[in-house]
Design a protein around this ligand. Structure first.
Ligand code: BTN
Length: 327
């Protein structure tokens, strides 16, 4: 455990600790402690430094631990087959797991990180990944059959995420095709699937899920689209280990159902959660934008757009509600 992780673990309960106390516990000088505090602040942790009292977090932090997550999974899903790895920092949990898959049989593994230095988003964007407040989760799953059998999997994964978020109390969380979780038009979570496989399988799929759990104002400013966090919506702190464990389990249940029945088994749920169903939308494509009515998805998860009296299917594109910028 690095010094930054140790200090954050000591301060996690939100109470004051003096610089001297921290220095003694960590075997550092007081100026060494100050440097680590500044580094933590630079990674998005809000820490107050008060003369005569020391340091305290603006809000308590629940750090992720493998044991805690395993314990919650065992209560909820005793037959759970996978391992969970918790990292303090990595460039991208998706990249980390894809790399692991090259040398080890890690199918079924989930990986969480407290921060990502190069979090990946869809369409080549980056995913802003400050320390200690959000959930960055990747899972490696092996599917029989080639990549062609996986159309709709990212939509099914988004259904798993929206269900967990709703169970937590965000009843108006919904989905925007293909896999954004939105609340009132603002992004709460995103999913990035990375698939490696031969044309007739099996395929290794890394499903990456980023959920905004806590977004300090300083971090919100770095995000180039309207975003919202679970804590701001619910007005309370989130038990991150519990939330992560529920995500891990719900996603696995969805992969199992998808392996058996494919995307058609999810179409009705998709339509239930689709926030723009039946609305006038704009789809941005490399060849230009089209405007039409969102008629939901087909058996393969492609978007159905009605215009000029006909329905057309799209496998990719950036959807926005007519008159608003795309998220
Ligand atoms: C999107 O742009 O909507 C997708 C965002 C996906 C972010 C997650 S965070 C965990 C995993 N690791 C990454 O680098 N990206 C995904």
């Amino acid at each position: 455990m690095g010094k930054d992780a140790q200090i954050l673990a000591i301060l996690a309960d939100g109470r004051f600790r003096s610089g001297q106390e921290l220095a003694q516990q960590l075997g550092l000088s007081r100026s060494g402690i100050w440097k680590v505090i500044q580094a933590l602040q630079g990674k998005g942790i809000e820490i107050f430094a008060v003369q005569g009292k020391g340091y305290r977090l603006a809000q308590p932090v629940e750090l992720l631990t493998k044991d805690h997550i395993h314990q919650i999974i065992a209560e909820h899903y005793p037959a759970f087959p996978g391992e969970v790895t918790v990292l303090w920092e990595t460039d991208s949990t998706n990249r980390y797991l894809s790399q692991q898959a090259l040398s080890d049989d890690v199918a079924g593994t989930s990986c969480l990180a407290e921060t990502q230095t190069a979090g990946r988003g869809r369409r080549g964007r980056s995913w802003v990944s400050p320390l200690g407040g959000n959930v960055y989760l990747s899972q490696l799953w092996r599917f029989n059959g080639g990549p062609a059998n996986l159309s709709g999997l990212s939509l099914a994964a988004a259904i798993a995420v929206v269900q967990v978020v709703r169970q937590l109390g965000v009843k108006d969380a919904g989905l925007k095709w293909p896999n954004d979780v939105l609340v009132n038009g603002k992004k709460l979570a995103g999913i990035l699937l990375e698939i490696n496989g031969e044309s007739n399988g099996p395929s290794n799929v890394v499903v990456g899920v980023g959920v905004n759990v806590r977004l300090p104002d300083t971090v919100q400013k770095e995000i180039d689209q309207p975003a919202v966090s679970l804590e701001s919506l619910l007005g309370r702190a989130i038990e991150r280990n519990r939330f992560a464990a529920y995500l891990v389990c719900n996603l696995y249940e969805i992969y199992e159902k998808f392996s058996e029945r494919g995307f058609p088994a999810f179409i009705d749920q998709w339509h239930e959660y689709d926030v723009y169903l039946g609305q006038k939308i704009q789809l941005s494509l490399p060849a230009g934008d089209i405007v039409g009515i969102n008629r939901g998805v087909n058996q393969g998860g492609s978007l159905q757009v009605e215009y000029d009296g006909q329905i057309y299917s799209y496998q990719s594109g950036e959807l926005s509600i007519r008159g608003q910028a795309a998220n």
